[in-house]
Design a protein around this ligand. Structure first.
Ligand code: UGA
Length: 439
């Protein structure tokens, strides 16, 4: 099939490359000329494991190319995936739909033949129906330009795998033709036995936000329990392991620590609440306010614990921060808990030196006032404390004996509860962790 993918960020770039990998002819479109030039050269504009390999392969085979022209997209595609961002509204809690509306307004007037526009972006329920009407009104071909909603569930760090072998495909459609087109797009993925759920537009939109709200709730649940564990001298990680054996609960997304960040969970639960308010059922999602507050409370707790480790004040202290990305295996620093903690500690008078294996470039742009080090050990030189805030594999492999000889004072706060703390203690470190009082 001839497919366009409009918006080549973390979602769109991966989707475009994967669609080409599945054998489709793909045109990726973005307004950012630099990004388009990089992609056309086979270079991923961000770090995502495995992406560059399939990108090089797809561009090399001629199956994938890029453009900045929506008119070219309209002329090229049988189906058009919309993958642009829907960030939190500046100064509000709802979703900013301006990018998605700009795509529809730019694309629809050029739609002169039967085609299907497929929304993948995360949107407030009701958006798809509104956009379908707008496309039919603006497109010369009228209602022959259909609209479907096919939410994306990929995780950064596993984006290629999640796209080529998703847990499920959700297809929000209003016509049989749309359903047939979606099944054709994903034919080889469906052949693997992937569950395919056909539903209406509103349900498809809601599946996505409900999934992210559930994941966020799970993380905040365990972090709330972690506070109780702390107060009672219990170990939340052992507790989570024990809970996880109950298959109704499951162990995944029950890791206590600094909490969630990134471009999705926080803004999606806020937009979900805002939309429920508009629909007159805001009370039903009151608990998500707690979920959000528990989450941001973990960042405050990390700063408080670090201050205590520093002897009550950060003034004149050197603080090493390991990790800037919102989670490992990505260079994404949007709403990164690690960076926020680093920033607050610096604002309280510490000299903060940050290391991240991949995210330094983005972190420097987001927080230019922090110091950055090329290597973890350099970040720790003469440090009064080390904060482990993003659980990259390489930090797990640090030798605490060696690092003890580099720092000024061997004090560690493990914000992610994954370091082998007994080994750190044996190497002379004073150790605290977010949720494991006696670990
Ligand atoms: C999330 C969802 O997991 C995806 O299914 C969804 O498609 C995506 O948002 C999206 O809406 O685009 P992602 O933002 O890549 O994916 O990150 P997650 O793997 O969900 O992690 C989110 C945050 O939760 C990270 O900061 C991570 O460190 C934190 N987390 C995760 C915990 O604090 N504890 C856990 O047990 C798990």
């Amino acid at each position: 099939m001839r497919i366009t993918v409009i918006g080549t960020g973390y979602l769109g770039a991966v989707h475009a490359a994967c669609m080409a990998d599945l054998g489709h002819e793909v045109l990726g479109v973005d307004t950012d000329t630099q990004k388009i030039a990089a992609l056309q050269d086979g270079r991923a504009p961000f770090f995502e494991p495995g992406l560059e390999d399939i990108l090089v392969r797809a561009v090399g085979s001629g199956k994938l190319r890029f453009s900045t022209s929506l008119q070219e997209a309209a002329e090229f595609g049988d189906v058009h995936f919309i993958c642009v961002g829907t960030p939190q509204l500046p100064g509000g809690t709802g979703a900013d739909l301006s990018h998605i509306e700009a795509v529809v307004d730019g694309l629809a007037p050029h739609l002169r033949r039967d085609c299907l526009v497929i929304g993948k972006s995360t949107v407030p329920v009701g958006t798809a129906a509104r956009l379908a009407a707008r496309i039919a009104r603006l497109a010369p071909v009228g209602e022959a330009a259909g609209l479907a909603w096919n939410p994306e569930f990929l995780r950064e760090g596993f984006a290629v795998q999640d796209t080529l072998r998703p847990d499920r495909i959700v297809a929000g459609v209003t016509t049989e033709a749309a359903d047939t087109a979606l099944r054709a797009v994903y034919a080889s993925v469906l052949d693997l036995g992937t569950p395919y759920i056909t539903t209406d537009l509103a349900t498809a939109e809601l599946v996505k936000v409900a999934a992210n709200a559930f994941l966020a709730t799970k993380i905040s649940f365990i972090n709330a329990v972690a506070n109780v564990c702390d107060a009672a001298g219990a170990d939340v990680m052992t507790l989570a392991d024990a809970l996880g054996h109950d298959t109704r609960i499951g162990r995944r997304f029950l890791s206590a620590g600094l909490g969630f960040g990134g471009g999705c969970l926080s803004k999606d639960i806020r937009a979900f609440m805002a939309r429920a308010d508009e629909l007159g059922v805001g009370d039903s999602l009151q608990f998500l306010r707690e979920v959000d507050q528990i989450n941001t409370g973990r960042r405050t707790l990390a700063v408080d614990m670090a201050r205590e480790l520093a002897g009550g004040s950060f003034a004149g202290r050197n603080v090493a921060v390991l990790g800037a990305a919102f989670k490992p295996d990505t260079d994404d620093v949007r709403d990164s808990p690690a960076l926020e903690v680093a920033r607050v500690i610096q604002s309280e008078g510490a000299v903060v030196r940050v290391h991240d294996p991949r995210a330094t470039y983005n972190a420097r742009r987001a927080c230019p006032a922090l110091d950055y080090a090329e290597e973890a050990v350099k970040a720790c030189e003469a440090a009064d404390m080390v904060l482990h805030l993003t659980e990259w594999r390489e930090y797990h492999e640090i030798d605490p004996f060696e690092l003890a000889s580099v720092v000024r004072t061997p004090r560690l706060l493990d914000g992610r509860n994954v370091l082998p703390l007994d080994q750190w203690r044996a190497a002379g470190w004073t150790v605290r962790s977010l949720g494991g009082a006696d670990r």
